[in-house]
Design a protein around this ligand. Structure first.
Ligand code: SAM
Length: 278
């Protein structure tokens, strides 16, 4: 891979988080973690030099890969030669309309991404909140972000992002990846996280009410849930207490002690009471 990059005078761009993988065992393992089979349509975000794209194309039916950096075009033409089921779209995925991208994929699909860390959470949230046909995401993230995605209620890493993901499905770390496996080498170690939207998710009466309830529960972590609900939904103390009593939430509890499912039950009650807000 480095030969091809050198041949095309490629320079790594820090602003795009260009730390590439090349270890064939790791690439195969990520494809296996994602559950890619010969019937899978895969949306990859961040093709880079195409190492993961190629590994995906060997197993999948079709791969559509986004890449923001057009200077990788000659590199990818070479590294993906012969991968007839793979196409690269040279666009910024963060600015893409997800509904449009889904139309192009025409049906259910898996997401695989090794993105710069600063765009990973917004991109993941886009799929969590807006996707209709996504079966799940397998993403390389900083270890710290992996802990946040998979955290248990009550732990310091548990937060609004954890609860948002949990509504759509299971989140698990499939492997830890040393920084030494990237070129150039980043300053942190990483982990592969699988967000499986086909199992573990739960339904709520209103997705908007759930989003608002989660936002409100973690609004001010030093405040009690009761106080956060009062300010977030303009409730009187009596109304907030009554909602929490219906769910047997103890007095003085903080938002982070409620599991995503319990936050879902709370959002259903809020939706029934304050439906006009959503
Ligand atoms: N998938 C390759 C690999 O594993 O070796 C490359 C991974 S590298 C960490 C991230 C890639 O995402 C870079 O090639 C970068 O240019 C691209 N990228 C960064 N931001 C992007 C965006 N918003 N949309 C599409 N691609 C992006």
């Amino acid at each position: 891979m480095e030969d091809v990059l050198f041949k095309h005078n490629f320079t790594f761009k820090k602003k795009y988080g260009q730390n590439f993988l090349s270890d064939p065992n790791l690439l195969r393992a990520i494809v296996a973690d994602a559950g890619v089979s010969e019937t899978s349509v895969v949306l990859e975000i961040g093709a880079g030099a195409g190492a993961l794209t190629r590994a995906l194309s060997e197993k999948a039916k079709r791969v559509v890969s986004y890449e923001i950096d057009k200077s990788l075009q000659p590199v990818l033409s070479e590294t993906l030669s012969g991968c007839d089921n793979a196409e690269v779209v040279f666009r910024d995925f963060a600015r893409e309309d997800l509904a449009e991208a889904e139309k192009n994929l025409s049906g259910e699909y898996l997401v695989v991404a090794n993105l710069p860390y600063y765009v990973t959470t917004p991109v993941v949230m886009k799929f969590v909140e807006e996707s209709k046909k996504c079966l799940g995401l397998t993403v390389m993230v900083q270890e710290e972000v992996a802990r946040r995605f998979c955290a248990e209620a009550g732990s310091p890493d548990y937060g609004a992002v954890t609860a948002a993901i949990a509504r759509r499905g299971n989140a698990t770390v499939t492997r830890y990846v040393s920084r030494t496996l990237f070129t150039p080498r980043p300053n942190v170690d990483s982990a592969v996280v699988k967000l499986d939207f086909t199992r573990g998710g739960f339904a709520v009466k209103s997705e908007k009410a759930y989003r608002e309830t989660v936002r409100c529960a973690f609004l001010n972590r030093r405040k009690t849930l009761e106080n956060n609900l009062m300010s977030g939904f303009s409730l009187s103390r009596g109304e907030a207490k009554e909602l929490l009593r219906q769910l047997d939430v103890p007095d003085g509890a903080r938002g982070e002690t409620l599991s995503p499912q319990r936050l879902g039950a709370l959002s259903d009650l809020i939706f029934e009471k304050k439906g006009e807000l959503f």
